[in-house]
Design a binder for this molecule. Structure first.
Ligand code: AMP
Length: 191
């Protein structure tokens, strides 16, 4: 069982690459943004709580995210491992994830950090906004806010994994298959 954190700024390709990784390795996809959007579309209490933060491009409070992840991990059986996409986004979330996985006896194997320059991120998100229907993809100010939030609140998570030797930077520019191959090489090089 391998547990992977797929890390990187908004627009780095985490969702696209997760889909391919799941197909190849049978991982369970745990994408907190997708889970929140599901709650939003179903009009749940959790969705209502998350909505205002998401609309502004800010982070949903840690306890809300952590409880949702806890529930998802605990309701998943017989998994080949998780691919965490868009989570953890703060150091307290990373610490909580370690505690949750400790209880299961399956730690994080590897953190893959997709490295993409900012102009490319803005282009990709703006393109995605034409078809994704996501309000937070369609406004340049909100896109910039999300990138700033990533730099300020989420980047320290990279240092957290670097301290345990789990950080692996992957160049995230190129065609989708090239980037996928880089990710697979890193995954296959772990036991
Ligand atoms: P994403 O689909 O990963 O880009 O996430 C969309 C939005 O959902 C983010 O801008 C946040 O408002 C919220 N969100 C998703 N994951 C998290 C997380 N791990 N912590 C806090 N907020 C999150």
């Amino acid at each position: 069982m391998k547990n992977i954190v797929l890390f990187g700024p908004p627009g780095a390709g985490k969702g696209t690459q997760s889909e391919k990784l799941i197909e190849k390795y049978n991982f369970t996809h745990l994408a907190t943004g997708d889970l929140f959007r599901m709650h939003l579309s179903e009009g749940t209490e959790l969705g209502k709580q998350a909505q205002k933060y998401m609309n502004e491009g800010h982070l949903v409070p840690d306890e809300v995210v952590i409880d949702m992840v806890d529930a998802k991990i605990n309701s998943t059986e017989n998994s080949a491992g998780f691919i965490f996409d868009g989570f953890p986004r703060t150091v307290p979330q990373a610490e909580a994830l370690d505690r949750l996985l400790d209880k299961k006896g399956t730690p994080i194997t590897l953190m893959l950090m997709l490295d993409v320059p900012e102009p490319e991120l803005i282009n990709r998100i703006s393109e995605r906004g034409k078809t994704s229907g996501r309000a937070d993809d369609q406004n340049i100010e909100k896109i910039r806010t999300r990138i700033r939030v990533y730099e300020k609140e989420t980047l320290p998570v990279a240092e957290y994994y670097n301290n345990t030797g789990k950080l692996n930077k992957i160049y995230g520019v190129g065609n989708i298959d090239e980037i996928f191959n880089r990710l697979c090489e890193a995954i296959d090089s772990t036991l």
